[in-house]
Design a protein around this ligand. Structure first.
Ligand SMILES: NC(=O)c1ccc[n+]([C@@H]2O[C@H](COP(=O)([O-])OP(=O)(O)OC[C@H]3O[C@@H](n4cnc5c(N)ncnc54)[C@H](OP(=O)(O)O)[C@@H]3O)[C@@H](O)[C@H]2O)c1
Length: 248
């Protein structure tokens, strides 16, 4: 079985490639930039997509652009699915995010539109909505402490999930028949952001104070009510602490 992996050079893609290779698949990584053994294609323009999907049984679609999201994630996904349908691809596993229908961030609205493109595309699919990766939480906490103290909404609920765990889940899903629906996948524990932040500070040996802010409106209410988390099983196994121990 040949699997095309978009976003193969990314944070998640780098965990997915060895996982799928270990399962014995013929893996075809895709990037905008040519590399030996990889296929070069650009979702934002469509260049190279027809060749990328040729002879492929399934696609694991991970590519995303925070700056050119509409062109890459929404229109690019539409282009990818059209090419996949043409090539007779039998399954697309698309990585999405828990809570995109409950938290009104711009990126999330576009991610929902990308999901809609998958649903409408005519290729059997599975949508995997994952919780936040530890690297993202780490980067966000860094950004929120630029001014000195860490400014967080302490009651926001988060459930970080390791990319290696997500890679395992993707390997399970691509081996199974398309669900035609949404699978949610979070880390082993849901916690208040304050608890994660204090562990983050401890791991870095930092004495920065934590200042509470309250994210206003519908966004704040959703984040505090656990919109980014799931009770669905199974969950990942790696803890936020495991990530901190390895990183700091
Ligand atoms: N970060 C999180 O906490 C989180 C949580 C849940 C779900 N997700 C989802 O997981 C996915 C992967 O996240 P990540 O953190 O691994 O992303 P990442 O490290 O930023 O990687 C993004 C990838 O997208 C590719 N890409 C960007 N623009 C492209 C274009 N025009 N055409 C083709 N490829 C393009 C890049 O490949 P090249 O530069 O090599 O072309 C890169 O490999 C995303 O869809 C994201 O929404 C993320």
């Amino acid at each position: 079985m040949r699997i095309l992996v978009t976003g193969a050079s990314g944070n998640l893609g780098s965990a997915v490639l060895p996982r799928l290779a270990r399962d014995g698949y013929d893996v075809r990584p895709m990037s905008r930039h040519g590399r030996p053994g990889w296929v070069a294609a650009d979702l934002a323009t469509g260049a190279g997509l027809a060749e990328a999907v040729r002879g492929v049984d399934a696609i694991v679609h991970l590519a995303s652009s925070p700056s050119k999201t509409r062109e890459t994630d929404v229109e690019g996904t539409r282009r990818l699915v059209a090419a996949a349908r043409e090539a007779g691809v039998r399954h697309i596993v698309f990585i999405s995010i828990i809570g995109i229908d409950r938290v009104p961030f711009r990126y999330y609205k576009l991610k929902l539109a990308a999901e809609a493109a998958i649903r409408a595309g005519g290729v059997p699919f599975t949508l995997l909505r994952a919780a936040q990766f530890p690297t993202l939480v780490d980067t966000l906490l860094g950004a929120l402490s630029k001014a000195g103290p860490v400014l967080i909404d302490p009651n926001m609920l988060v459930q970080p999930v390791a990319v290696e765990d997500v890679a395992d889940r993707i390997a399970d899903l691509v081996a199974a028949p398309p669900t035609g629906g949404i699978v949610e996948f979070g880390g082993p524990r849901t916690e208040r952001l304050e608890a994660l932040t204090r562990e983050w500070l401890r791991a870095r040996g930092s004495k920065r104070p934590v200042w509470s802010i309250r994210v206003p409106g519908q966004t704040g209410r959703a984040l505090r009510a656990g919109a980014l988390t799931t009770s669905e099983l199974p969950t990942g196994t790696q803890m936020w602490q495991d990530y901190l121990k390895a990183k700091y």
